[in-house]
Design a protein around this ligand. Structure first.
Ligand code: NAD
Length: 422
């Protein structure tokens, strides 16, 4: 049953709902429980007046969608991007619910977003916007209610300003309100690398299942931010060659391998990859169709579509980004049968797992070594992979549907057992 009579209605929200329905059909979820599990629980929309450096006041719009609060406090990142919509934030919140449930975290799902091109702001403007957003959503969040984290366009510094704003509001240092913080403010060792490291862990594990060795592996990555660059470094360290990377300005391709350290230094110095001399310039559309063993979309949603799904030349599609593949593209990839797809809710779950570790360390005031963090992370990833592989066999379905069956059924069961109030 499509969910169109809602304020969240949009192509990306429908994409998440359609994925949900395929999984709910397989397990025969009844209509009442299905609607209750699918719909976001609540959202807040805020307008934020921010004084710009010029002295002018600009009003920005922001959202926080809490999709599921039945299985613990909600968890999910905050995105700063000019194309953010309420429907997109709702879809991302839904995927957070299934992801947390799939990997066994005691969380619900949420997401936040602000409609802004943060690249056009000065540091002081960005700080004022980050603080104002946190101030506006403070009544709706907290270490036991909803715990944000970084996403596209936000980073450790933004998390630090937000944590400081919340802590000033409650009157004491309260680092458990947000994750992805700098280490000096209660951040966890390994959190910065965690999402990309987790993506690389799944890529290695599934390539090993296919009998493909590191020396035979080439990797193309769309999006060279936190997730894309950390996945690139981890796969290079394993022995693979990264032959294509891109950001919002376009990409670069070098069949002999890209010097990642130089690309990272260039991006830091020039704020983008534009003009990076380490290979041949390609557009983002061309990049996705490059020949490679592993293609990793690590930027935004809906980039693998009906238009390019038939033309992909990869053996594996590892979804570092959330929602990169449309429903139509999913069908084409399933029909092709020659691409091994690692779905977003599994593939990029390393980030929220180490965010959970960060929150636990904040609540305990007891901090772990990087080795402990990664050891615990890898064990959780291995458990999730084994559960997804078993579920895929059981239902003879796609890996995405198997992952969603696990994520969705645990949330639905919790809702059914809790019953209705009053
Ligand atoms: P980021 O802001 O650090 O990096 C985003 C990258 O994508 C940048 O290189 C940017 O230039 C590029 N980009 C933006 N628009 C683009 C476009 N139109 N075409 C090509 N590239 C474009 O963000 P991130 O934290 O690395 O997040 C990337 C993806 O991973 C998102 O889908 C996010 O939801 C997902 N994700 C992030 C985390 C995390 O811990 N940060 C965890 C799980 C999933």
């Amino acid at each position: 049953m499509s969910l169109t009579n809602t304020i969240y209605n949009s192509p990306v929200f429908q994409q998440a709902c359609n994925q949900f329905d395929i999984a709910a059909d397989i397990i025969g979820m009844d209509a009442g429980l299905r609607e209750r599990t699918k719909r976001p629980r609540r959202c807040v929309i805020v307008s934020m007046p921010v004084r710009m450096d010029s002295g002018a006041i600009e009003i920005f719009e922001g959202y926080r969608v809490q999709h599921n609060l039945s299985t613990g406090p909600a968890k999910g990142g905050i995105r700063f991007h000019q194309d953010v919509t309420l429907g997109e934030v709702a879809a991302l919140a839904m995927w957070m619910s299934w992801k947390c449930s799939l990997v066994g975290l005691p969380y619900g799902g949420a997401k936040g977003g602000v409609v802004v091109n943060a690249r056009d702001m000065s540091t002081t403007e960005l700080e004022r916007l980050s603080r104002r957003y946190m101030q506006e959503i403070t009544p709706f969040i907290g270490p036991n209610i909803d715990i944000p984290a970084p996403d596209v366009g936000t980073n450790e510094q933004v998390m630090a300003w937000m944590m400081d704003t919340y802590s000033n509001h409650v009157g004491h240092f309260d680092p458990g309100v947000i994750t992805g913080k700098p280490i000096a403010l209660g951040g966890s060792l390994g959190r910065r690398e965690a999402t990309g490291e987790g993506v690389a862990w799944f890529v290695k594990a599934y390539l090993q299942d296919l009998g493909i060795t590191p020396e035979k592996t080439t990797v193309v990555i769309q999006g060279f931010g936190n997730v894309g660059s950390e996945a690139a470094l981890a796969l290079y360290d394993w022995g693979a060659e990264v032959t294509g990377i891109s950001d919002f300005t376009g990409g670069v391709y070098n069949p002999k391998g890209i010097n990642l350290k130089e690309a990272i230094a260039y991006t830091a110095a020039h704020k983008s990859l534009q003009g990076f001399p380490g290979g041949q310039a390609v557009t983002n559309d061309e990049l996705l169709e490059l020949p490679c063993t592993v293609l990793i979309p690590a930027a935004l949603e809906r980039v693998i579509t009906a238009k390019n799904a038939g033309k992909l030349k990869c053996r594996m599609l590892a979804e570092g980004a959330n929602g990169p593949t449309t429903n139509e593209a999913d069908m084409i990839i399933n029909q092709r049968g020659d691409i091994d797809l690692i779905p977003d809710v599994l593939c990029n779950s390393g980030g929220v797992i180490v965010s959970y570790f960060e929150w636990l360390q904040n609540l305990q005031n007891y901090y772990w070594s990087k080795g402990e963090v990664f050891d615990k992370l890898y064990r959780m990833l291995a458990k999730a992979k084994a559960a997804v592989d078993e579920t895929q066999k059981k239902y003879n379905c796609s890996r995405r549907t198997a992952a969603l069956v696990l994520g969705i059924s645990r949330v639905a069961e919790a809702k059914a057992k809790r019953g209705l109030f009053p």
